[in-house]
Design a protein around this ligand. Structure first.
Ligand code: FUB
Length: 307
């Protein structure tokens, strides 16, 4: 099966994978999931851990795209975006998210900047959810020198994006500090100041979503990471901390979540370090489990499964 997958890659064809439990994909490592529901399908965008065995560092050159209409059979699409597609970036295809606006798809990514010290956020655009995507600006949207208050060079990572019911788009991101800013309607420029949000034990990986009048800001907390969350009636806060959604996912120091509703069910998409050989913090794998809400909108703790 692995051979067939490689052959399909060479041909540039889409490959259909029938998944059988967690981790979702067993032919390669996948990390930092982001999911988008569009026209009856889920599009799952992931990072791609490619570190040699035993190497204790991230080696990540591109992002991937899978789509499904039943959450079981997934089509793996040709690699739609690479670090090399951003001429101003030099490495590290870290966490990302895609959103649709007016028939265009905007892919926000974290990468290492080529000339400005530290991580930066870029945005690519396409007419199709499966790409190909191209750099939408020719320069970074957020760079480390725009968040000077902050202590380290990798604080500008992990973008998450939402468009509110009134059409206003927002970008949230950050390691160590959770930032947010408005986006212009063109989705490729910030619109106004960068603000910060105080969240208990915040590490990284914010994910913003809205459901039944509540805004949810979930994030990786502590280290090794659990996934915690806060709720608010306004996207500007105040955010009320509500607790842990997911305990440490096996054998990976990081976790990174996406939360979606699809065909009447809610899903929690995350990564762990369970795929052998060489499973671990730099060889991660995307998993999916059901997510359940209580009547008051709070989220029940996720039960991680392997089947
Ligand atoms: O994959 C690299 C980094 O690890 C991501 O940007 C973080 O969210 C963590 O998962």
């Amino acid at each position: 099966a692995l051979l067939l997958v490689s052959e399909s890659y060479a041909a540039g064809a889409d490959t259909v994978i029938h998944t059988t439990g967690n981790p979702l994909f067993k032919h390669q490592f996948t990390a930092d999931p982001a999911a988008m529901v569009y026209k009856g399908k889920v599009y799952l965008y992931t990072g791609h851990d490619e570190a040699p065995a035993k190497k204790s560092d991230y080696v990540m050159h591109d992002w991937q795209c899978f789509s499904s209409s039943d959450m079981v059979n997934w089509t793996e699409h040709a690699v739609p975006l690479k670090v090399a597609d951003f001429k101003w970036a030099k490495a590290d295809a870290w966490a990302s998210q895609v959103i649709e606006r007016n028939g265009k798809f905007y892919w926000y990514v974290a990468v290492e900047h080529g000339t400005i010290s530290g991580k930066a956020i870029g945005v690519a655009v396409s007419d199709s959810p499966t790409g190909p995507f191209k750099d939408a600006r020719g320069s970074a949207l957020v760079t480390n020198d725009m968040t000077k208050a902050i202590t380290h060079s990798w604080d500008d990572i992990d973008p998450t994006v939402m468009i509110d019911d009134d059409g206003q788009a927002y970008l949230f991101w950050g390691n160590g500090t959770c930032y947010y800013a408005r986006l212009k309607a063109n989705m490729t420029e910030l619109d106004g100041p960068i603000q910060t949000i105080k969240l208990p034990d915040y590490t990284e990986a914010p994910w913003i979503h809205k459901r039944n009048g509540w805004y949810y800001l979930s994030y990786a907390s502590g280290f090794p990471e659990k996934i915690s969350y806060a709720m608010s009636r306004s996207i500007k806060g105040p955010w009320i901390y509500k607790g842990i959604i997911n305990e440490i996912a096996g054998n990976s120091n990081t976790n990174h979540q996406a939360i979606i509703d699809f065909k009447g069910k809610s899903y929690f998409i995350y990564h762990n370090g369970a795929l052998e050989p060489d499973a671990g913090s730099y060889h991660r794998s995307v998993c999916i489990d059901y997510l359940y809400y209580n009547k008051d909108g709070t989220i029940k703790r996720v039960i991680m499964t392997s089947e």
